[in-house]
Design a protein around this ligand. Structure first.
Ligand SMILES: Cc1cc2nc3c(=O)[nH]c(=O)nc-3n(C[C@H](O)[C@H](O)[C@H](O)COP(=O)(O)O)c2cc1C
Length: 362
C-alpha cells in the first residue's frame, strides 16, 4: 500500500490519494476525459442534481441488494466496467482487480485490451464471466476474439460501439502518454489488423484510414447470429439506437459515453437514460455507466430504469492505492452505501426502487 497504512474512507479520498500518487502519464490516461471534459463532468453532475424522496415506515425485513440479470444472480446491481491496461496501475493489473471483485462477489467485465492474459484473469475470477469485445477491423478477427473469450469461459459478451476512434485526448498528448514496453494488450497480440485499401481520390486522412474497418448494424446482426452467447452493446445514448439493439436481438445495452473519453459534449448518461427506457420499455436489460461515485447514485440510476450499473475510474483508483484490497474496499463502500440508501429511502429490494422516488433537476 502506498502512503499511509490506513485505507481511504470514501471514494473521493481514494480518488485524491490515487491522483496524487500517479505519474502524469497515468493521471492523463486514467482520470482525464476527452476535449474540454464537459461530458466527463456532466456524468457526475447529473447524479448530484438528482433528488431522492424517501418513504418511511415500510417493512424492510428480509431486504437485500441481490438481484438477477440475464439469468445470473448478482450480489448487487453493480459490475466493474471494462478498462484497459490495468498493469499501468499495479503489477498484477486485471488479475488483482479480479481478486478484489471476487472478494465482494461482484462481477468484473474484462476489457479486450487487458494487459494480463485472459486465462490468468479468468482463473482469479471464477464468478465473473463477462468479457468486452472491440470490433477488430473485420468480421473474421472479431469472431476470433469472441471465440477466444468463449473458450476461456467468458459467456457474457459486450461489444463496445462508441469508440470507432479515440476521442480528442488533449491531456494524453500534453503528458506524451505512451505505453511502457512491458504493458500491452497481450490478448490481442495474435490479431493482425485488416489491410486498408487506399482509395484513389482520398479526401480525408482519418476517414479514409479507418472508416472501412468499422462495423455497421449489419455486422452486429451477423455477430449476434454467429455467437452462442448473449451480446450486449456498450455505448448507446440515443433512444432509436437502443430500440434497434432491442430489435436485432442484442441481449441488452449499456448506456455509456465511455466515461466522457470519446465524444466530448455527448449527454450525461443519466440524462440520456429516461428517454431510452421510454423507448425500450421496463423489461429490456438496460445498464448504465459513467459518473457513479456513491451508493446512492446506483439507487438513482435504478430508479430511472437501469437494471445495474458499472463503475470504472473508482476501481482504477482502488487498484492504484491498494491493489486487490483497494478494489475490494471500493466495491464494499459502494455496496454498503447502496444498502444504506435503500434502507433510508424505504426500499427492501432493488425491485422496490421506483421512478417516482427520484426528481431530476436537469
Ligand atoms: C482508463 C480507462 C480505460 C477504459 N478502457 C475501456 C475499454 O478498454 N473498453 C471499454 O469498453 N471501455 C473502456 N473504458 C470505459 C469504461 O468501461 C466505462 O464506460 C467508464 O469508465 C465509466 O465511467 P466512470 O469511469 O465514470 O465510472 C475505459 C475507461 C477508462 C477510464
Amino acid at each position: 500500500m502506498t502512503g499511509s497504512d490506513q485505507l481511504p474512507r470514501t471514494l473521493s479520498e481514494y480518488y485524491s490519494r490515487a491522483r496524487s500518487g500517479m505519474s502524469p502519464h497515468n493521471r492523463a490516461y486514467f482520470l482525464a476525459g476527452s476535449g474540454d471534459e464537459q461530458t466527463a463532468a456532466a456524468n457526475e453532475a447529473a447524479f448530484l442534481q438528482a433528488q431522492v424522496t424517501p418513504r418511511m415506515l415500510r417493512d424492510l425485513r428480509g431486504g437485500s441488494t441481490e438481484m438477477s440479470l440475464l439469468g445470473q444472480k448478482l450480489a448487487a446491481p453493480l459490475l466493474i466496467a471494462p478498462f484497459a491496461y490495468q498493469r499501468l496501475l499495479h503489477d498484477e493489473g486485471e488479475t488483482a482487480t479480479a481478486r478484489g471483485a471476487e472478494a465482494q462477489s461482484i462481477k468484473m467485465v474484462l476489457s479486450a485490451q487487458s494487459s494480463e492474459p485472459i486465462e490468468k484473469v479468468r482463473a482469479n475470477s471464477s464468478g465473473s464471466d463477462w468479457f468486452q469485445l472491440h470490433w477488430m477491423g473485420d468480421r473474421e478477427n472479431t469472431q476470433a476474439l469472441a471465440q477466444m473469450a468463449l473458450a476461456a469461459g467468458y459467456n457474457r459478451l459486450i461489444l463496445t460501439v462508441d469508440a470507432p476512434v479515440q476521442g480528442v485526448r488533449d491531456q494524453e498528448i500534453e503528458a506524451q502518454f505512451q505505453l511502457p514496453p512491458d504493458v500491452s494488450a497481450v490478448n490481442l497480440a495474435q490479431f493482425t489488423p485488416p489491410r486498408i485499401t487506399r482509395h484513389e481520390n482520398a479526401r480525408s486522412v482519418i476517414f479514409d484510414h479507418i472508416a472501412e474497418t468499422l462495423p455497421t448494424w449489419e455486422d452486429v446482426v451477423w455477430l449476434i447470429e454467429s455467437l452462442q452467447a448473449p451480446l450486449l452493446l456498450k455505448g448507446i445514448l440515443h433512444p432509436e439506437d437502443a430500440a434497434q439493439a432491442q430489435r436485432i436481438g442484442a441481449a441488452g445495452i449499456i448506456v455509456s459515453n465511455h466515461g466522457g473519453r470519446v465524444l466530448d459534449r455527448a449527454p450525461a448518461t443519466l440524462s440520456a437514460l429516461p428517454s431510452i427506457i421510454d423507448k425500450v420499455g421496463p423489461d429490456y436489460p438496460v445498464l448504465l455507466d459513467g459518473g457513479i461515485r456513491r451508493g446512492v447514485d446506483i439507487l438513482i440510476a435504478l430508479a430511472l430504469g437501469a437494471k445495474a450499473v458499472l463503475v470504472g475510474r473508482p476501481i482504477a483508483c482502488g487498484l492504484a492505492v491498494a491493489g486487490d484490497l483497494g478494489v475490494s474496499h471500493v466495491l464494499r463502500l459502494l455496496r454498503d452505501e447502496l444498502e444504506i440508501a435503500m434502507l433510508l429511502s424505504g426500499c427492501a429490494t432493488v425491485e422496490d426502487i421506483h421512478r417516482e422516488m427520484v426528481h431530476l433537476k436537469l
